[in-house]
Ligand binder design. Structure first.
Ligand SMILES: [Zn+2]
Length: 241
Protein backbone atom coordinates (compact mmCIF):
# COMPACT_ATOMS: atom_id res chain seq x y z
CA UNK A 1 0.00 0.00 0.00
CA UNK A 2 2.91 2.29 0.87
CA UNK A 3 4.45 1.54 -2.53
CA UNK A 4 1.24 2.66 -4.20
CA UNK A 5 1.31 5.87 -2.18
CA UNK A 6 4.90 6.48 -3.28
CA UNK A 7 3.99 6.05 -6.94
CA UNK A 8 1.07 8.43 -6.60
CA UNK A 9 3.22 10.88 -4.71
CA UNK A 10 5.79 10.90 -7.52
CA UNK A 11 3.03 11.77 -9.98
CA UNK A 12 1.75 14.75 -8.00
CA UNK A 13 3.96 17.39 -9.60
CA UNK A 14 3.10 16.20 -13.12
CA UNK A 15 -0.57 16.14 -12.16
CA UNK A 16 -0.40 19.70 -10.85
CA UNK A 17 0.99 20.75 -14.23
CA UNK A 18 -1.72 18.86 -16.10
CA UNK A 19 0.98 16.65 -17.60
CA UNK A 20 -0.31 13.28 -16.39
CA UNK A 21 -2.16 11.05 -18.86
CA UNK A 22 -5.87 10.44 -18.36
CA UNK A 23 -5.66 6.97 -16.79
CA UNK A 24 -2.95 7.90 -14.32
CA UNK A 25 -4.76 11.14 -13.47
CA UNK A 26 -8.00 9.24 -12.78
CA UNK A 27 -6.21 6.73 -10.55
CA UNK A 28 -4.48 9.55 -8.70
CA UNK A 29 -7.80 11.36 -8.13
CA UNK A 30 -9.17 8.22 -6.45
CA UNK A 31 -6.09 7.93 -4.25
CA UNK A 32 -6.35 11.61 -3.32
CA UNK A 33 -9.78 11.02 -1.80
CA UNK A 34 -8.23 8.82 0.89
CA UNK A 35 -4.70 10.22 1.28
CA UNK A 36 -4.32 13.40 3.32
CA UNK A 37 -0.59 13.70 2.74
CA UNK A 38 -0.87 13.50 -1.05
CA UNK A 39 -3.69 16.05 -0.94
CA UNK A 40 -1.58 18.44 1.09
CA UNK A 41 1.43 17.98 -1.18
CA UNK A 42 -0.71 18.54 -4.26
CA UNK A 43 -2.02 21.78 -2.79
CA UNK A 44 1.60 22.91 -2.36
CA UNK A 45 2.46 22.04 -5.96
CA UNK A 46 -0.61 23.84 -7.22
CA UNK A 47 0.29 26.93 -5.23
CA UNK A 48 3.84 26.78 -6.54
CA UNK A 49 2.90 26.17 -10.16
CA UNK A 50 0.16 28.80 -10.14
CA UNK A 51 2.55 31.32 -8.60
CA UNK A 52 5.30 30.40 -10.99
CA UNK A 53 3.20 30.61 -14.11
CA UNK A 54 1.86 33.95 -12.96
CA UNK A 55 5.37 35.17 -12.19
CA UNK A 56 6.87 34.17 -15.51
CA UNK A 57 6.73 36.81 -18.19
CA UNK A 58 5.12 35.37 -21.30
CA UNK A 59 7.96 34.21 -23.50
CA UNK A 60 7.36 35.02 -27.13
CA UNK A 61 9.41 32.66 -29.26
CA UNK A 62 11.78 34.55 -31.51
CA UNK A 63 10.86 34.88 -35.19
CA UNK A 64 14.12 33.07 -36.03
CA UNK A 65 12.95 29.95 -34.20
CA UNK A 66 9.62 29.99 -35.97
CA UNK A 67 11.27 30.46 -39.36
CA UNK A 68 13.69 27.59 -38.71
CA UNK A 69 10.89 25.28 -37.70
CA UNK A 70 8.79 26.25 -40.70
CA UNK A 71 11.73 25.81 -43.04
CA UNK A 72 12.60 22.42 -41.62
CA UNK A 73 9.04 21.26 -41.78
CA UNK A 74 8.66 22.54 -45.32
CA UNK A 75 11.96 21.03 -46.46
CA UNK A 76 10.92 17.65 -45.21
CA UNK A 77 7.56 17.60 -46.95
CA UNK A 78 7.89 19.79 -50.01
CA UNK A 79 9.44 17.33 -52.46
CA UNK A 80 6.56 14.93 -52.09
CA UNK A 81 3.56 17.08 -52.90
CA UNK A 82 2.24 20.57 -53.33
CA UNK A 83 0.54 21.88 -50.24
CA UNK A 84 -3.12 22.71 -50.17
CA UNK A 85 -4.33 25.65 -48.06
CA UNK A 86 -5.64 23.31 -45.41
CA UNK A 87 -2.28 21.59 -45.21
CA UNK A 88 -0.62 24.97 -44.79
CA UNK A 89 -3.06 25.75 -41.98
CA UNK A 90 -2.42 22.41 -40.32
CA UNK A 91 1.33 22.82 -40.53
CA UNK A 92 1.02 26.34 -39.14
CA UNK A 93 -0.91 24.96 -36.19
CA UNK A 94 1.73 22.29 -35.83
CA UNK A 95 4.53 24.85 -35.71
CA UNK A 96 2.57 26.81 -33.13
CA UNK A 97 2.16 23.65 -31.05
CA UNK A 98 5.89 22.98 -31.16
CA UNK A 99 6.61 26.54 -30.13
CA UNK A 100 4.11 26.38 -27.26
CA UNK A 101 5.68 23.11 -26.21
CA UNK A 102 9.11 24.69 -26.04
CA UNK A 103 7.68 27.48 -23.90
CA UNK A 104 6.02 25.05 -21.53
CA UNK A 105 9.12 22.86 -21.31
CA UNK A 106 11.07 25.90 -20.19
CA UNK A 107 8.39 26.59 -17.59
CA UNK A 108 8.53 23.01 -16.30
CA UNK A 109 12.28 23.39 -16.14
CA UNK A 110 12.00 26.47 -13.91
CA UNK A 111 9.53 24.58 -11.75
CA UNK A 112 11.94 21.70 -11.26
CA UNK A 113 14.65 24.21 -10.33
CA UNK A 114 12.31 25.49 -7.66
CA UNK A 115 11.63 21.96 -6.42
CA UNK A 116 15.36 21.28 -6.24
CA UNK A 117 15.74 24.45 -4.16
CA UNK A 118 12.97 23.30 -1.82
CA UNK A 119 14.53 19.88 -1.37
CA UNK A 120 17.89 21.51 -0.60
CA UNK A 121 16.14 23.53 2.11
CA UNK A 122 14.48 20.42 3.49
CA UNK A 123 17.85 18.65 3.51
CA UNK A 124 19.41 21.53 5.44
CA UNK A 125 16.61 21.42 8.02
CA UNK A 126 16.95 17.67 8.50
CA UNK A 127 20.71 17.97 8.87
CA UNK A 128 20.31 20.64 11.54
CA UNK A 129 17.80 18.54 13.46
CA UNK A 130 20.08 15.51 13.25
CA UNK A 131 22.97 17.65 14.53
CA UNK A 132 20.88 18.85 17.47
CA UNK A 133 20.28 15.25 18.42
CA UNK A 134 23.90 14.14 18.00
CA UNK A 135 25.77 13.82 21.30
CA UNK A 136 29.12 15.05 19.91
CA UNK A 137 27.71 18.30 18.57
CA UNK A 138 29.01 21.42 20.26
CA UNK A 139 26.34 24.05 20.81
CA UNK A 140 27.29 27.70 21.30
CA UNK A 141 24.66 30.30 22.00
CA UNK A 142 25.06 33.95 21.10
CA UNK A 143 23.22 37.21 21.58
CA UNK A 144 24.67 40.17 19.69
CA UNK A 145 22.92 43.41 18.76
CA UNK A 146 19.47 41.90 19.17
CA UNK A 147 20.30 38.81 17.13
CA UNK A 148 20.20 35.73 19.34
CA UNK A 149 20.69 32.13 18.43
CA UNK A 150 22.85 29.07 18.45
CA UNK A 151 25.71 27.69 16.49
CA UNK A 152 25.94 23.90 16.24
CA UNK A 153 29.41 22.64 15.44
CA UNK A 154 30.19 19.08 14.44
CA UNK A 155 33.96 18.95 13.93
CA UNK A 156 33.96 15.27 12.98
CA UNK A 157 31.59 15.72 10.10
CA UNK A 158 32.74 19.26 9.27
CA UNK A 159 29.22 20.54 9.61
CA UNK A 160 28.01 23.77 11.07
CA UNK A 161 24.43 24.90 11.58
CA UNK A 162 23.39 28.45 12.42
CA UNK A 163 20.07 29.37 13.98
CA UNK A 164 19.56 33.12 14.26
CA UNK A 165 16.43 34.62 15.76
CA UNK A 166 15.12 38.08 14.88
CA UNK A 167 17.60 38.73 12.11
CA UNK A 168 15.82 41.35 9.97
CA UNK A 169 15.47 40.63 6.23
CA UNK A 170 18.50 41.90 4.32
CA UNK A 171 17.98 45.33 2.70
CA UNK A 172 17.21 45.33 -1.03
CA UNK A 173 20.23 44.37 -3.11
CA UNK A 174 22.03 42.92 -0.08
CA UNK A 175 22.49 39.46 1.36
CA UNK A 176 23.83 38.00 4.60
CA UNK A 177 27.01 36.10 3.83
CA UNK A 178 28.60 33.68 6.30
CA UNK A 179 32.35 33.30 6.71
CA UNK A 180 34.53 30.65 8.29
CA UNK A 181 37.36 32.42 10.08
CA UNK A 182 40.79 30.79 10.43
CA UNK A 183 43.34 31.57 13.18
CA UNK A 184 45.09 34.09 10.89
CA UNK A 185 41.84 35.97 10.42
CA UNK A 186 41.35 34.86 6.80
CA UNK A 187 37.76 34.31 5.74
CA UNK A 188 36.33 31.50 3.59
CA UNK A 189 32.78 31.94 2.34
CA UNK A 190 30.26 29.62 3.98
CA UNK A 191 27.29 30.60 1.85
CA UNK A 192 24.29 32.73 2.67
CA UNK A 193 21.76 33.13 5.43
CA UNK A 194 18.38 34.21 4.13
CA UNK A 195 15.78 35.26 6.72
CA UNK A 196 12.25 34.52 5.53
CA UNK A 197 9.47 36.98 6.12
CA UNK A 198 7.11 34.39 7.62
CA UNK A 199 9.63 32.82 9.99
CA UNK A 200 11.01 34.41 13.17
CA UNK A 201 14.33 32.60 12.79
CA UNK A 202 16.70 31.87 9.97
CA UNK A 203 18.71 28.72 9.64
CA UNK A 204 21.58 27.58 7.47
CA UNK A 205 23.86 24.57 7.32
CA UNK A 206 27.46 24.92 6.19
CA UNK A 207 29.37 21.91 4.94
CA UNK A 208 32.92 23.11 5.44
CA UNK A 209 35.20 22.71 2.42
CA UNK A 210 38.16 22.17 4.81
CA UNK A 211 38.29 20.45 8.20
CA UNK A 212 36.39 22.58 10.70
CA UNK A 213 39.37 22.13 13.03
CA UNK A 214 41.24 24.65 10.87
CA UNK A 215 38.71 27.38 11.68
CA UNK A 216 38.09 29.24 14.91
CA UNK A 217 34.91 31.19 14.29
CA UNK A 218 31.95 32.09 12.16
CA UNK A 219 31.25 35.59 10.95
CA UNK A 220 28.31 37.13 9.11
CA UNK A 221 28.51 40.31 7.07
CA UNK A 222 26.08 42.18 4.85
CA UNK A 223 27.26 41.91 1.23
CA UNK A 224 25.90 42.91 -2.18
CA UNK A 225 23.47 40.31 -3.60
CA UNK A 226 25.32 37.35 -5.01
CA UNK A 227 27.99 37.62 -2.33
CA UNK A 228 31.63 38.67 -2.27
CA UNK A 229 34.84 36.63 -2.49
CA UNK A 230 35.98 38.29 0.77
CA UNK A 231 33.92 40.27 3.29
CA UNK A 232 33.42 43.92 2.32
CA UNK A 233 30.28 44.93 4.19
CA UNK A 234 29.36 45.70 7.79
CA UNK A 235 29.81 42.96 10.39
CA UNK A 236 26.54 41.47 11.64
CA UNK A 237 27.79 38.71 13.88
CA UNK A 238 30.93 36.91 15.03
CA UNK A 239 30.84 33.69 17.03
CA UNK A 240 34.00 31.84 18.06
CA UNK A 241 34.04 28.11 18.40
ZN1 LIG B 1 -0.75 9.19 -0.88
Amino acid sequence: MDDMHKTFQENLSAYALGALDTDEAAALRIHLQTCDSCRAELADYQRVSAGLLAALPPKAPGPALKRTLQKRLAARTRPQFKWSWSQVAVSGAFVLLIVLNIVSISQVYSLSELQAEQSRERYAEQTAIAMLAYPGTQSISFNQDGVAGSLLVDKHRNLLAVFAWHLPPAPAGKTYQMWLIDPQGDRTSGGFLAPEADQPFSMAVIASPQPLMSFVGLGITLEPSGGSPKPTGPKVLRVDF
